[in-house]
Design a protein around this ligand. Structure first.
Ligand code: IMP
Ligand code: MG
Length: 181
């Protein structure tokens, strides 16, 4: 059992940054209708806020993947638990992730989605671990870069808990020095 630690990103900081990302995406996609693909479950809160800050015509779809199970360490295996309903061929896709850590999930999803021949594919991640930036490949839109350590809240969980918190908060898992690795 672990416990909640310090606030890493406040609700106010999130609100400001999500608005900036929405503005940026609206500008970049001014003449296109992007399809935002949210990665469940972690990105559901971010998606809901982000789409409401985008003022071009936008569509949403979701897929669910699992790479950790109930652990806070990667299993090294990514599974598709729920696939998209939308045909990606010729679409301008923006993959919306809660956090990219090792980059494993992102690399896998990029490969799967590119095989469906979208016109363009970009990634928008709310959080990115500072020391692992290069491993996820290029992420076009990044909310915040955060240091090592597991975080919860604003959609992010530990074993399905704490998704409802408004802030992004450190989770200190006693007995595990390598949390988040
Ligand atoms: P990666 O495959 O190592 O890049 O891990 C990415 C996925 O692991 C994310 O989509 C999250 O679902 C999950 N994840 C990684 N770090 C955290 C964290 O600190 N809190 C909650 N979920 C995390
Ligand atoms: Mg998760």
């Amino acid at each position: 059992m672990g416990e909640l630690g310090r606030v890493v990103v406040t609700e106010e900081q999130i609100e400001t940054r999500v608005a900036e990302l929405g503005t940026e995406i609206s500008r970049d996609y001014a003449d296109r209708r992007p399809l935002l693909v949210g990665v469940l479950k972690g990105a559901f809160v971010f998606m809901a806020d982000l789409v409401r800050r985008i003022d071009v015509d936008v569509e949403v779809d979701f897929m669910a993947v699992s790479s950790y199970g109930a652990a806070t360490r990667t299993s090294g295996i990514v599974r598709i638990l729920k696939d998209l309903d939308t045909d990606l061929a010729g679409r301008h896709v923006i993959l919306v992730e809660d956090i990219t850590d090792s980059g494993l999930t992102l690399r896998y999803l990029r490969k799967v989605l590119l095989a469906r021949e979208p016109a363009t594919l970009e990634v928008c991640a709310l959080l990115m671990r500072e020391d692992t930036g290069a491993r996820g490949g290029s992420v076009r839109y990044v909310g915040f870069r955060i240091p090592a350590g597991w975080v919860v809240g604003y959609g992010l969980d530990v074993d399905e808990r704490y998704r409802h918190l408004h802030d992004i908060v450190a989770y200190e898992d006693e007995g595990s020095e390598a949390v988040g690795q």
